[in-house]
Write a protein that binds this ligand. Structure first.
Ligand SMILES: *Cc1c(COP(=O)(O)O)cnc(C)c1O
Length: 504
């Protein structure tokens, strides 16, 4: 089958024909000075740059084709667990594109940017109401940066108590996202891994053994990356507090809790939010993010500046005088346009409706689990939260087919695969996060594809092991692809007649 997706698209360089032009500028009506007079001889290239020489039509077709190969939430279901690839309502984009927002400058006097400041302030207030924390900081631009900043404030607090040297351990559950131990290590801590119990909660007996006055903090994800509400979270917070440690909540999974649970009330001292996950800002591919943090009263004096505040006269401005601040983690106050998108998303829903996000996200994940559990059973048999973590272990045992093969075959059915092999403690793991924005029909199509693939595993396992079959490229050697990156065209020009038209 030849589709725009399967036809091999030549590189723009391979479309190049010497002398071909996209535009014909009018003849120059002023004297043209020699380049060396205008730029200085030392600034001139010794040879012309190797740029593709193509017509406008070639260019338009080339980039339009490439854009059609892109897979995103706007083209299909994207159940990449832990990443919360929900639909991003267009109103967010419309507002973020308004000139009044795109042209505002971070160094502009406060009194001329009252609208923008008010949005940041109100977003802080909304996030306080959602999380239950006393103070919000919008500066971090990724979840991982929010984790790091939270730990930095904890470290600064302990140092202020004369315990900086002593408290050198951060406890992280074995199910945690890799950024947790990475952030702790980057902050100079020794990381200790806490096991998960048979019900998928933090193992409190094990935790007890690790507790001492060396513990600076514990990083807990709730719901955990097993997609389960950690029923021991409150107890774990009490136990860590009892030895003088803080508990950080990895809030990347807030989609399950929005409008239902305020993490501060569980006993957490600080948390990060992934505004680009829970609050709909488009993400993926390493684009700009927003990893706001909320902290308790004890940690607030150590936050970065500037914080956005409201003055006594009702106007908005920056608080810059925080003598104990840990310093900046990003310029100014973070990614303003991402923060704006999150604000619009929250305001478009409004208070009461926010609760629907969490409830529908949980309902959708449980529906998915119910549809597939006969073949892909849950790693731990409980109602799940916003994502279901299942295992393909039986396909591996019976037919030698791995979770990886299932994921590759899903591409042929037109779906983005779920997250695989995370959390690390689940064998042949598939982590499916439908999000609240998907319809029952879409969930059924995906569940049906998974069930069909399980049948194929039985009748024709090689079909899966060699998948995908209908993509522009077949199975890649992922290790080489990751280790030997070729990101820039460096080859010789091949003219179109020599390029195979179709690689399918
Ligand atoms: C996505 C995620 C993070 C990290 O967030 P980034 O914005 O990618 O840095 C941390 N923890 C969990 C559980 C996540 O899903």
């Amino acid at each position: 089958m030849i589709t725009p997706q399967t036809v091999d698209v030549p590189l723009i360089f391979e479309r190049s024909v010497p002398g071909r032009q996209g535009v014909l500028p009018p003849a120059c009506d002023v004297p043209i000075l020699p380049l060396q007079d205008m730029l200085g001889a030392e600034n001139l290239r010794s040879e012309p740059p190797r740029l593709p020489e193509v017509s406008e039509l070639d260019t338009v077709r080339h980039y339009t084709r490439l854009s059609q190969r892109n897979y995103g939430i706007d083209t299909g279901f994207y159940p990449l667990g832990s990443c919360t690839m929900k639909y991003n309502p267009r109103i967010n984009e419309k507002v973020a594109a308004l000139a009044g927002f795109t042209h505002v400058h971070p160094l502009q006097p406060e009194r001329t940017a009252q609208g923008a400041l008010r949005i940041l302030f109100e977003l802080q207030e909304d996030l306080k109401a959602i999380t239950g924390f006393d103070t919000l900081c919008l500066q971090p631009v990724a979840g991982a940066q929010g984790e790091l900043l939270s730990l930095m404030t904890i470290k600064a607090y302990h140092a202020s108590q004369g315990e900086g040297e002593k408290r050198k351990v951060v406890l992280v559950p074995d199910s945690a996202h890799g950024t947790n131990p990475a952030s702790a290590a980057l902050c100079g801590y020794t990381v200790r891994s806490i096991p998960t119990d048979a019900k998928g909660n933090t193992d409190l007996n094990a935790l007890q053994e690790y507790l001492s006055d060396e513990v600076a903090a514990m990083m807990l994800t709730n719901p955990s990356t097993l997609g389960l509400f950690d029923q021991n979270a409150q107890k774990a917070c009490e136990m860590v507090h009892a030895v003088g440690g803080f508990v950080f909540c990895d809030g990347a999974n807030m989609n399950a809790l929005v409008g239902v649970v305020r993490p501060a009330e569980i006993g957490f001292d600080c948390m990060h939010l992934n505004l680009h996950k829970t609050f709909s800002t488009p993400h993926g591919g390493g684009g700009p993010g927003a990893g706001a943090i909320g902290v308790s009263e004890k940690l607030a004096p150590f936050l970065p500046t500037p914080l956005v505040i409201q003055h006594g006269d009702g106007s908005f401005g920056f608080q810059t005088n925080l003598p104990h601040s840990v310093g900046k983690v990003h310029a100014f106050y973070g990614n303003f346009l991402n923060l704006l998108r999150a604000y619009v998303y929250i305001r478009a829903y409004g208070g009461e409706n926010l609760r629907n996000i969490g409830e529908y996200a949980v309902l959708n994940a449980n529906y998915m689990l119910a549809r597939i559990r006969e073949v892909f059973p849950p790693a731990i048999d409980r109602f799940c939260m916003h994502e279901c973590i299942v295992t393909a272990q039986s396909l591996k045992t019976k037919h030698g087919v791995r979770a990886f093969d299932v994921a590759k075959r899903l591409l042929d059915y037109g779906f983005h695969p779920p997250t695989m092999y995370f959390p690390l403690i689940v064998p042949e793991c598939l982590m499916i996060e439908p999000t609240e924005s998907e319809s029952r029909q879409t969930l059924d199509m995906f569940a049906n594809a998974l069930l069909t693939i399980a049948e194929e595993a039985e009748t024709n396992p090689d079909l899966l092991k060699n998948a995908p079959h209908h993509m522009p490229v077949r199975r890649l050697d992922e290790a080489s692809a990751a280790k030997t990156l070729t990101l820039r065209w460096q080859g010789e020009v091949v003219y179109p007649s020599e390029v195979p038209a179709c690689a399918c």
